[in-house]
Write a protein that binds this ligand. Structure first.
Ligand SMILES: *Cc1c(COP(=O)(O)O)cnc(C)c1O
Length: 405
């Protein structure tokens, strides 16, 4: 227990994990160093045999990276956190560090594309079988359990459909099965949803998204209990090397100072834009967990603090309407990234999920008329006007040219 444990989240995000060098710098220092020097051979020996807990090599640990990890652990309410070079490095590490050939995992079907590749193609090549289930249907999770099931994996809200999964419900099934539940909490963010409190064993993030929040660095984090991190995760990370650059960790630790402010504002704006979208005749359906018409609104109220920063939109006119809408936007940019200060929109069927077979895509609810909107930090009124003008353009006859900027 440190002083920081008593503090409220917004304060922890500013001060948590800070260690100062002898210079007493205000802002967290960037230790851009691969290694460390020792005052004597005896000191080096003590460092290597663990008698002295200091730093040895930045593939194992680094002071700037450690500040980011400590601040993330305090934010999440986790005993331990380890940062990685990207979100995918975090997902892969969280799954692979505690699995062996012959084991079985169960994962929700609606996953970020690369997560789907890891569980359904890469792990099976190593002898780990995988069953994909419809995440919201708890009976399917129950039915998929086998004696050799070791891990469950899910995202909620899921990309790009903004469909929710009952995390506490799945956690209970996992516990009964003796499997650990790994939750990819990217879409909800650590501000709006706490999977560990809901019974998950491990939480993973792509820090590339809301945690950076300004579209600069790749990064990832794995959070869990201290014993598992020490015994399972750490040896895997140390010896296979998906270490984050100290520079990226420094950017991310500074970004955490504004995370709550940004996510809260982005979610408030998203809620107001979901209203604008839902009222327009060109829009067939809006999926936003903060709206009572979301099929899992009651679940959203139970496990999320608000509706979040992401909206799925289904346009009545299919792909043509979706393209016309996307091309008519001027403030909102076309990009597959998310969680950024800049509002970003993507057409999953032709971009992020282009390689998914059409039949599977439709099963996931990724239709040709669907767009995914990541709401940023712009003035909500400007975004509402941008959306309203673009929706009007969808209704107009001639497709407008994409606004230059
Ligand atoms: C972006 C993302 C990832 C992968 O993160 P990278 O930092 O791009 O490697 C994993 N899961 C979800 C839900 C994501 O949105």
């Amino acid at each position: 227990m440190t002083e920081n444990d008593k503090l409220r989240p917004a304060t922890r995000l500013v001060h948590g994990g800070t260690t100062r060098s002898p210079f007493g710098e205000t802002s967290e220092a960037l230790f851009l160093t691969q290694g460390f020097v020792y005052p004597s051979a005896e000191a080096a020996e003590a460092r290597f045999n663990g008698e002295d807990p200091g730093f040895v090599y930045s593939r194992y640990a680094n002071p700037t990276v450690a500040m980011f990890e400590e601040r993330m652990a305090l934010l999440e309410g986790a005993e331990a956190a380890k940062a990685t070079a990207s979100g995918m490095a975090a997902v892969t590490a969280a799954l692979i560090c505690d699995i062996a050939a012959g084991d079985h995992i169960v994962a929700a079907r609606a996953l970020f594309g690369s997560c789907l590749y890891v569980v359904s193609q890469f792990l099976p090549r190593l002898g780990v079988s995988c069953t994909l289930v419809d995440g919201p249907d708890l009976d399917q999770w129950r039915a998929a359990v086998r004696p050799e099931t070791k891990a469950f994996f899910l995202e909620s809200p899921a990309n790009p459909t903004i469909e929710l999964i009952d995390i506490a419900g799945v956690a209970e099934i996992a516990r009964a099965a003796g499997a650990r539940l790994v939750v990819d909490n990217v879409f909800a963010t650590p501000i709006l949803q706490k999977p560990l409190e809901l019974g998950a064993h491990t939480v993973v993030y792509s820090a590339t998204k809301h945690i950076d929040g300004h579209g600069r660095c790749l990064g990832g984090v794995v959070l869990s209990n201290a014993e598992w991190v020490e015994e399972k995760l750490l040896p895997y990370l140390k010896h296979t090397g998906p270490a984050i650059s100290p520079f990226n960790a420094w950017v991310l630790v500074k970004s955490l100072e504004t995370l709550e402010l940004r996510v809260t504002r982005q979610a408030d704006t998203a809620a107001s834009l979901a209203e604008v979208l839902a009222m327009h005749p060109a829009v067939k359906r809006v999926a936003y967990p903060g709206r009572p018409d979301h099929p899992q609104f009651a679940l959203a109220c139970r496990q999320m603090r608000s509706g979040g920063t992401m909206i799925a939109i289904e346009l009545a006119g299919g792909k043509e309407a979706a393209f016309r809408f996307a091309n008519a936007l001027s403030i909102i940019k076309l990009s597959n990234n998310l969680g950024d200060a800049k509002s970003l929109i993507t057409h999953p069927a032709t971009t992020t999920h282009q390689s998914v077979a059409e039949e599977d895509r439709i099963k996931l609810g990724i239709t040709d008329g669907m767009l995914r909107l990541s709401v940023g930090l712009e003035d909500p009124a400007d975004l509402a006007e941008d959306i309203a003008a673009a929706l009007d353009a969808v209704a107009a006859e001639a497709p407008p040219a994409r606004a230059a900027s």
